[in-house]
Structure formats: C-alpha cells, structure tokens
Write a protein that binds this ligand. Structure first.
Ligand code: NDP
Ligand code: AKG
Length: 449
C-alpha cells in the first residue's frame, strides 16, 4: 500500500514533538527504535499499519489525587498514576513505584519497556506501570497504610484480574502490596489475584520476592555459558541493596561468585573478600525489616564505606546494575572497562545511559539489557496469577525450575534475533526484536484498533 521506509531520525523527531520534555521516555524509545526500525523496514506490513507509532502511544494514562492524613493530623496531597501502555497480548501488568519526584516521563518509559519485557517472558502479559510521588521513606507504618488505602480507593476502579494487575517496584514492597490488596478486597468484596507480590498467606507465590534478582543472575549465567564461562569464582559488584540487588547477591553467591560491593543512594560498602552468607542475611534484615541505611552494615562489620560513591569504581569481572535508571553513565562504563569487567547485566530498568551501552558494545563487553535480564520478576508474577486462577500453590522447586526455563528461553530468543555477523550476539537488538514481534503480530491481527 504505502510502505515508505521508516527513518530513525524522522521517527524520533515526531516522538519528541508529541512528547516534549520527556527525556527518559525518549531514551527508552530510541534504544528500541534503533534496533527494530531496520527489522520493520523488511516487513512492510508493520510500516503500513503504523505499528511502531501505535506501540509508542500508551493505550491510556490515568492520573488522580491521593489525599491522606499524617500522624500529626495534617492533610497531605499526592498524585497517583497508572499508565496502561499496551494490552495486545494480555491484561495490563507492571509495577507501582512510590518515590518523591516521580514523573509521567518515568512511568511512560517504564510502561514502554514493560511491553517488550512482558512479551519476552513467553506469558500472556500486557504492559503497564504506575505509582505516586509519595515517598514511604521515613513514614510510619500507619501513614503508609493510610496512603495505600487512599491510593487504592481510586485505582480499584481501573484494575481487575482480566484488566490490569499491578505489583511492586521501587518503594513498593510486601508491606505496601498488603495494604493495597486489603483495601481492594474491602472495596470490591472479592478475593482476587488482582495484585502480585502478595504475602504467602493470601495468594502470594513462593520466590516472587527473589524472582527478579534470581532471574537476572540466571540470565547472566546463560550468557557466560554461551561464551564458555560461568559465575564460579567471579568478582562481582551490585548496585543498590533493595529487592532486586539483595536477591541478585544471593543467587550470585549460590552460583559461586563473590559480591565485593553493594550500595544505596548514600554510598557503597566494599568487602574485598566478598560478602558472606551471614552478612547478606544481616543486610536483608536491615533493608527489609529495619529499613536502615547501608552505612550501618559497614559500621557493624567494620568494612569500608564510601559515601556518595557508586559501586562501579571497585574492580570486578561482572557488574549488576540493580538500583535505578541512568545510574551507570559513560564515565562509569569507562571505569568498568579499564578495570577488566567482562560482562554487565541490568537488573534495574534502563540503568545504563545510551552512551554507556554504546561503550560496552564498542569494547565487546557482554551486555544483558534490562528487558531481558530482569524479566524474571514479572514472569513469576505471571506464575502467581496462574496459581491464583487454579487455586493452587506450586512448590519452590517447581517455581525455580519454571523461572530458570523462562530465562533460558529469553536467552534463546535474544540469540535468534541478535546474532550478527560471525558469532557476535547483540543482546539489545535480540531482546528488542523478539519482544516487538509478538506484540506487533497481535496488533496486526486486531486490525485498526
Ligand atoms: N522489584 C521488582 O520485581 C523489579 C524491579 N525492577 C527494577 O529494579 C530497580 C530496583 O527496584 P527494587 O529493587 O524493586 O526497588 P527497591 O526500592 O527495593 O530498591 C531500590 C534500591 O536502589 C537504590 N537507589 C534508588 N535510587 C538510587 C539512586 N539514585 N542512586 C543510588 N541508589 C539508588 C535504593 O537505595 P535507597 O534506599 O537509598 O533509595 C535501593 O537500595 C528499579 O529500576 C525497578 O524498576 C525491575 C524488574 C522487577
Ligand atoms: O511483577 C510485575 O508485575 C512487575 C515487575 C516490574 O515492575 C518490572 O518488571 O519492572
């Protein structure tokens, strides 16, 4: 019909015009567009149906006021969001983020990334992301409860087991999911698996908490295996000390790696011989229950604490970026490469800047992009949904097996679409094209909707 080839610069210019002042969304789309446009240009059906234009426009953006009362009796006002990005291959699915200064830009980039990630899991999951500029840090449990109840009082109108199933993300862990689920149940008078990451007593799944970090590590192990190596004996650094980072550390250690450094937003701890199991348990308790700062670890175990410093300067062979977006910049990448790092995995969403990714590629660093490497979390959320529908709970072994198999399948898809000339594998291109194809084909099948 029309079939004019897509041009990356023109496409991005149009995107920037439609979405002004949204640098993170622009960055996420650019990374995908540079991989998929050459592929799309060999498939005129995608061009004619304007699939990429449609995939970069969220289905719906919901924004609402969240009013709650703090412990001093003052009224507080926050803003809540849900960006329902794409439901071509399943109900909307993705986390909620509670952090100060949360913007729609961030949520659009996360929802867009989720579209490709959820497609890669092989499960029927659409994509969404949401959250609020409410920061649970420093708030009492009762304040967090009142906020979550107010947030859900609006959100419940827009979600449902066949519509949209939120989960946790930065600032939203087991405590927040429990308050949100309790309020949904009260408002709807229905016990449904409408959130994932629930407590085990009320519909949660074993290993959901560990899934993102475990999955990221399995994915790295697959990459290393493909290149004749393994994690055994490798020196690793992991940014962050939240949900993803802690369970990345656990699995790295189980697979024989040494975790030399971890961090939070105030600085880095350096343990030259590697964190021990006892130290990791202490850190998990500090972060999950006592909600403390990582500096307390250094004080307790008498190790080095580097204030306001990232982990990337500690010499390592493998780096796991598990904290937040754009935390690994060009200068960090240069430092990693100079110190002999051979592989980088993104446990967080878009933690590396475009310049950093470019440097990794140029220097033949094995690079595992977020949408493939951290898909284990949402995959086990998908398995939680399956268990809820069946009114059954699978065992730890069964779930770990399924998670490992999913990560292996994602790896195979990356190879299928990412193999270049010779034996090189571009995992970014592979993940983007494989994730794109399934969603695009479903959209084509629906016609113009
Ligand atoms: N939870 C999940 O299942 C999944 C999460 N992700 C992604 O993984 C990343 C981490 O999420 P999660 O572990 O759940 O979140 P958490 O809130 O549990 O932990 C976040 C960690 O990152 C640190 N951090 C946050 N901002 C910064 C910053 N600007 N500089 C340095 N460190 C920072 C936090 O430190 P501090 O406490 O000091 O702020 C904390 O240690 C996010 O990108 C998220 O979207 C991806 C897939 C699934
Ligand atoms: O488990 C989920 O639904 C979402 C996990 C998530 O937010 C992510 O993959 O970034």
């Amino acid at each position: 019909m029309f079939s004019n080839k897509l041009n990356l610069d023109d496409f991005m210019l149009g995107l920037a015009k439609r979405n002004p002042h949204e640098p993170e969304f622009y960055q996420a789309v650019y990374e995908v567009a540079q991989s998929v446009i050459p592929y799309i240009n060999h498939h005129p059906e995608y061009i004619d149906a304007r699939i990429l234009e449609r995939m970069t426009e969220p289905d719906r953006i919901i924004s609402f006021r969240v009013c709650w009362e703090d412990d001093e009796g003052h009224i507080r006002v926050n803003r809540g969001y849900r960006v329902q990005f794409n439901n071509a291959i399943g109900p909307y699915k993705g986390g909620l983020r509670f952090t100060s200064h949360l913007t729609l830009d961030t949520l659009k980039f996360l929802g867009f990334e989720q579209t490709f990630k959820n497609s890669l899991t092989t499960l029927p999951l659409g994509a969404a992301k949401g959250g609020s500029d409410f920061n649970p840090k420093g708030k009492s449990d009762r304040e967090v409860m009142r906020f979550c109840q107010s947030f859900m009082s609006e959100l419940h109108k827009h979600i449902g087991v066949y519509t949209d199933i939120p989960a946790g993300d930065i600032g939203v862990g087991g405590r927040e999911i429990s308050y949100l689920f309790g309020q949904y149940k009260r408002l709807e008078n229905q016990f449904q698996g409408v959130l994932t990451g629930k407590g085990l007593e009320y519909g949660g799944s074993l290993i959901r908490k560990e899934a993102t970090g475990f999955g990221t590590t399995y994915f790295m192990e697959e990459i290393l295996k493909e290149h004749g190596s393994s994690l055994e004996g490798k020196k690793c650094v992991i940014s962050g000390s939240g949900n993803v980072a802690l369970y990345t550390a656990e699995k790295v250690m189980q697979l024989g790696g040494h975790v030399l450094a971890m961090s939070d937003s105030s600085g880095t701890i350096h343990i030259p011989d590697g964190i021990s199991r006892e130290q990791l348990d202490w850190l998990i308790d500090l972060k999950e229950n006592r909600r403390g700062r990582i500096q307390e670890f250094a004080e307790h175990f008498q190790c080095e604490f580097l204030p306001d410093t990232k982990v990337w300067g500690i010499p390592c062979q493998i780096a796991f970026a598990c904290a937040t977006q754009n935390e690994l910049e060009k200068s960090d990448a240069q430092q990693l490469i100079k110190n002999g790092c051979i592989a980088v995995a993104e446990g967080a969403n878009m933690p590396s800047t475009l310049e950093a990714v470019h440097l990794f590629k140029k220097n033949n660093i094995l690079f595992a992009p977020a949408k493939a490497a951290n898909a284990g979390g949402v995959a086990v959320s998908g398995l939680e949904m399956t268990q809820n529908s069946m009114r059954l709970s699978w065992s730890m072994e069964e779930l770990e097996d399924r998670l490992k198999t999913i990560m292996q399948k994602i790896h195979s898809q990356c190879i299928k679409y990412g193999r270049g000339e010779g034996e090189t594998i571009d995992y970014v291109r592979g993940a983007n094209i494989a994730g794109f194809k399934k969603v695009a084909d479903a959209m084509l099948a629906y016609g113009v909707v």
